[in-house]
Design a protein around this ligand. Structure first.
Ligand code: PEP
Length: 650
């Protein structure tokens, strides 16, 4: 589960909240404020925490142009009425005047930015634009579930620059929809309607393996009926869709999920109000007729299936419900959904409109605010706007997500890298409750990124320079890493400190630059054997941590990872005992608390030094160890996979 506003320290912070205020407007007024109301719990929670709140949303499709009719001012007016406090507006969403307005906010102030999509950079997930947005606040909250399936600057890009957590609406959506996938009360019945099978093919295929029944009405039922060989006349939804429906019928034949299709239909020769219509069995549709609703026998059959359901997910009307004559099927099925004891979830624009029209909304367990997003989520796809948020899960009591990182040092060619990852990626497939990182040599980064694309393995760099470019022979800049798509970088490894004289001041600069660029730094620290023997471990490690992170703000602390690596244990086969490792890692945590206060609780601390599959479980059982940095043992795919798959967190 993702970290939410309630489990991240936010008191007094300036918070950028991505909301979904894409509401209908008419004559300069908001005609439906459902989405604004849905964001109120998060906004009021933040205000109660003494935060100042910067709200960002898109509105309509201005396609990168300023469109006066799509300005946010009417939304600000309505929001101010609902909140009962003033809402400031800005003439843009980035730039100097917006920055000035944001930095002048006092606790309890609310600023609504101008339409994000007046800038083409928003939908292009432009890094510079994302950084400008991030510059307006200390923390980012995503409460816009409806746009979470888009990787845009305000949903994904911005998370590279700020600690990023989910809003209350986002959490509710993820919890309720997540339960449908994980643990639905059974029987789980999915009711689908609407125009095209192809729009919902991902959802249907995924639901065939999860749901007990899929009940299909609306125009998309025609494609299934045609695929079964029935005449569908002039009905919508057939045509090219028949082949897709046929594909589903084949998949359904071997699934344990039952597919339920209409038995009769309401047909007419025209889809207009007042058109003469009749009820026809599915085998009795004439070539000049079209199906515009399901018939009474289908309604009775569908209702029968719904009556015993434990969970119902409804997406799509049963017919052309906007026209009175063809609305009975949708109304009756909606009524059957709402009147049982099942957990009922509805999603999709038309479904929400139908639920509202038939006054069912308040009787459903949950009406999703995201049509496309809920469908992609239930189809089993990862939503970029959700994936990018910080995780709550993990083995530590503080809920920090474990990290297992491999440092390959100067080992492996491109061919060896490709071969390794082809073996390793399948070995760790499905391990999604911890971060897996491999840091190969610079020359292998591109190969490693290509081989790991789409997997749960992230690729990091082993070091970087602090400058973007210049006369630094042999160095690689942060821009170059970003250009490749590298998300994180190890800084201050003891070998870099020892052989290349990297010092704390250099590292403080590099950590700062990494954060500015959106790269997540892993800062290493650790004492030499003689320092340990002289009793200087604590002062050494404290000094390295506080100096290396000297330029990091409290709000950014969660973006940093620290690796404690006693130098005498690196590559020597001598491991600190788990208790020794814990003792010094606890010192690192104290040093972090001195620098960042409670925000230190979000920083992950790794142990490194001769970690292997034989000692990983004991190390990960320590309360302050959130993960490991592994050198030698990460060079073997099988061994590193065993380390990655350490004992499941309790
Ligand atoms: C390292 O290089 O960071 C390291 C810990 O190496 P090893 O695991 O080989 O001791």
């Amino acid at each position: 589960m993702k970290r939410s506003v309630t489990d991240y320290p936010l008191a007094g912070k300036r918070v950028l909240v991505r909301v979904d205020f894409n509401v209908p407007l008419e004559g300069g007024r908001v005609t439906d404020d459902t989405r604004i109301k849905a964001a109120l719990p998060t906004i009021t929670y933040l205000l109660d925490q003494g935060c100042s709140v910067v709200l960002a949303s898109h509105l309509g499709r201005p396609k990168g142009q300023v469109v006066d009719e799509l300005r946010m001012a009417p939304v600000a007016t309505r929001l101010a009425e609902l909140l009962g406090r003033p809402v400031q507006t800005a003439d843009d969403c980035v730039g100097p005047s917006v920055e000035a307005a944001a930095s002048a906010l006092a606790p309890g102030d609310v600023l609504l930015l101008e339409n994000l999509r007046f800038h083409a950079e928003e939908t292009a997930d432009d890094a510079v634009f994302a950084r400008q947005l991030a510059g307006l606040a200390d923390v980012y909250v995503n409460d816009a579930f409806g746009t979470a399936h888009r990787a845009h600057a305000s949903t994904e890009g911005v998370t590279h620059y700020l600690p990023s957590v989910a809003g209350l609406l986002m959490i509710r959506e993820l919890e309720i929809l997540g339960r449908l996938l994980r643990d639905p009360a059974r029987p789980f019945v999915v009711v689908l309607g609407g125009l095209k099978v192809s729009d919902k093919i991902g959802l249907i295929k995924h639901m065939l393996s999860i749901a007990d029944k899929i009940v299909i009405g609306g125009a998309m039922a025609n494609a299934f009926l045609a695929a079964k060989g029935f005449e569908v006349g002039l009905s919508k939804g057939a045509g090219d869709e028949v082949a897709v429906a046929g594909e589903v019928l084949v998949a359904a034949a071997t699934a344990r999920c039952e597919l339920v299709l209409p038995r009769d239909l309401v047909v007419a020769t025209e889809a207009v109000p007042g058109a003469p219509s009749r009820v026809a069995a599915v085998a009795d549709v004439h070539p000049d007729e079209m199906a515009l609703d399901i018939g009474p026998e289908s309604v009775a059959d569908f209702a029968q299936h719904l009556r015993s359901a434990g969970t119902i997910y409804w997406n799509g009307p049963m017919g052309l419900f906007e026209i009175e004559e063809f609305s009975a099927g949708t109304k009756a099925v909606g009524e059957a959904i709402a009147s049982g004891v099942a957990v009922t979830v509805a999603g999709g624009g038309d479904t929400v409109a139908a639920a509202r029209r038939f006054e069912l909304e308040g009787r459903l367990t949950h009406v999703s605010t995201g049509g496309g997003a809920s469908m992609e989520f239930l189809a089993g796809s990862a939503l970029p706007g959700v994936e990018a948020l910080m995780d709550r899960g993990g083995s530590s009591p503080a809920g920090r997500r474990p990290v297992v990182a491999g440092n390959w040092k100067m080992y492996k060619t491109r061919a060896a890298t490709a071969a390794y990852l082809r073996e390793f990626v399948p070995l760790v497939k499905g391990v999604d409750d911890r971060d897996i990182v491999i840091c190969p040599p610079f020359t292998d980064l591109e190969t490693a990124l290509a081989e790991s694309a789409g997997s749960n393995v992230a690729i990091g760099a082993q070091t970087m320079a602090a400058a973007d470019e210049g006369a630094f022979t042999g160095e690689v800049s942060p821009e170059m890493l970003l250009d490749l798509g590298v998300p994180c970088v190890v800084l201050g490894h003891s070998e870099r400190r020892q052989y290349y004289n990297e010092n704390d001041a250099d590292l403080a600069k590099k950590v700062r630059v990494a954060l500015d660029k959106g790269l997540r730094p892993i800062l290493c620290c650790g004492e030499k054997l003689e320092e340990r023997e002289a009793g200087h471990t604590e002062s050494k490690v404290r000094g390295q941590v506080s100096a290396g992170l000297a330029q990091v703000g409290q709000a950014e602390a969660a973006l940093v990872t620290v690796a404690y690596e006693p130098i005498w244990a690196i590559g020597t086969g001598k491991t600190a005992t788990p208790e020794m490792a814990q003792e010094t890692v606890a010192v690192v945590r104290e040093a972090l608390r001195d620098s960042f206060g409670d925000a230190a609780n979000a920083v992950r601390i790794l142990y490194g030094g001769s970690v292997k599959s034989g000692n990983i479980d004991a190390l990960m059982a320590q309360p302050d160890i959130d993960g490991v940095l592994v050198g030698g043992a990460s060079l073997d795919a099988q061994e590193f996979a065993r380390i990655v798959r350490f004992r499941e967190p309790v």
